[in-house]
Design a protein around this ligand. Structure first.
Ligand code: 13P
Length: 391
């Protein structure tokens, strides 16, 4: 079950001076192609979904597929929310399966960026989930993803970056040192001295956005200066689109024919990227260095107060399912009746938490406290509760 803690994954990459590819997927063909390519390279992997792409697919469905894929992959895999815009996006990302999140407020003035990012760190850390922030601005230049990042590039200042990390508590920082989102025009010029100064000032894994289109020696130069994660999308999308365009020349080509080579094109490009990032062949040692990601099943069995009508219990359970699902770190809420056997506790809840840290967060969260004290416990005086860590 190599879904792993992204902190360990990126600490390993930074220590050994390579970068893990964080590949944005926009559908199942991307997911399968990315996995195939990373497996061929035996590279650790970050499956990434960008909020800016959510108009193209349903993130809840995509993340469910990512979780299945990560669990059955032999590679160490983390699942990341890319370019989250607000706290609700972060909460939903974690609820649907992310174990790393980005809050991107890099377009805002420093103080506002700090305030938004800090709030995301508080929410995510209460769920045991690490956070990436961004300081400086990585603009877009050309291509379908580029238009989502309007405006001019703004470079990250090392001293400001140090103050940002201290004030927010982010685990990883995305920096702007000359890359752009989308297709590059001309030869990219990277400010490597600036990057080295940021690395010295921070000592945490750095992230590069706009990973498409650099030369192999430039990826190596980034990794040598503390870049442990490289976001990569446009090259995958362009490789996929090229195969569709070629097939479209066949007058009779239907959907399946048009898409026949998409997965393989994405796999080839993913493998190439993993090799350029220095991540190829690192999967086994990275896996050994990473804590597995463990969810928690929170079980509450109960006996209702004598004389409570079944309809009253059903109404309480419906309300609980709805309200408790809003608590950060909660992934699913089930309520049910025991089928057979002993009848000491005939009803119960199973609440699936993203990580052990959620046990405390949930217990003290005002939504849970209000529901438990106001609705549930008065109907259920006899209760038995326990938390199971999955392994
Ligand atoms: P590219 O599309 O330039 O590879 O950038 C991807 C990215 O930074 C996603 O966050």
């Amino acid at each position: 079950m190599p879904l792993v803690d992204m902190r360990d994954l990126l600490a390993h990459a930074r220590r050994h001076r390579y970068a893990v590819g964080a590949f944005d997927l926009v559908g199942l063909e991307f997911l399968e192609g990315i996995l195939r390519g990373a497996e061929r390279a035996a590279a650790p992997l970050i499956l990434s979904v960008a909020e800016s792409h959510f108009r193209h697919f349903d993130p809840e469905l995509a993340l469910a597929a990512c979780v299945v894929a990560a669990r059955r992959s032999p590679l160490p895999v983390a699942i990341h929310l890319d370019h989250g815009t607000d706290l609700e996006a972060v909460r939903r990302g974690i609820a649907h399966g992310c174990n790393g999140v980005m809050l991107d407020a890099s377009h805002l003035p420093f103080a506002d960026n700090v305030a938004h990012t800090r709030a995301a760190v508080e929410l995510a850390h209460a769920c045991g989930v690490p956070v990436e922030g961004e300081l400086g601005y990585v603009a877009g230049v050309e291509g379908e993803d580029a238009e989502l990042h309007p405006g001019e590039i703004r470079y990250t200042e090392p001293d400001e970056a140090r103050r940002f990390v201290e004030a927010t508590g982010v685990d990883f920082l995305a920096v702007s040192v000359g890359t752009v989102h989308g297709r590059l025009r001309g030869t990219p010029r990277l400010d490597l001295d600036r990057l080295a100064a940021i690395d010295r000032a921070l000592g945490i894994p750095l992230v590069i956005h706009g990973g498409t289109g650099l030369a192999p020696e430039q990826y190596r130069a980034l990794a040598e200066r503390g870049v442990a994660k490289i976001n990569y999308f446009t090259a995958l999308a362009d490789a996929a689109a090229a195969t569709v365009r070629e097939r479209a020349a066949e007058a009779e080509a239907g959907w399946l024919v048009l898409h026949r080579e998409v997965r393989e094109a994405i796999a080839t490009e993913t493998e190439r990227a993993c090799r350029m990032f220095g991540a190829a062949g690192r999967a086994a040692e990275a896996l050994a260095a990473c804590r597995p990601w463990r969810e928690v099943m929170h079980l509450v069995l109960y006996r209702p107060r004598p004389g409570i009508a079944e309809a009253e219990l059903a109404a309480m359970a419906d309300e609980g399912r709805r309200r408790l699902a809003e608590v950060p770190g909660v992934r699913e809420v089930f309520h049910g009746r025991r089928i057979a056997g002993r009848d000491d506790y005939p009803f119960g809840w199973v609440v699936r938490f993203a990580a052990p840290a959620v046990i405390d967060t949930y217990r003290h969260h005002p939504v849970h406290v209000a529901f438990a004290d106001g609705r549930f416990r008065p109907l259920a005086p006899e209760r038995l509760s326990l938390d199971l860590e999955t392994w």
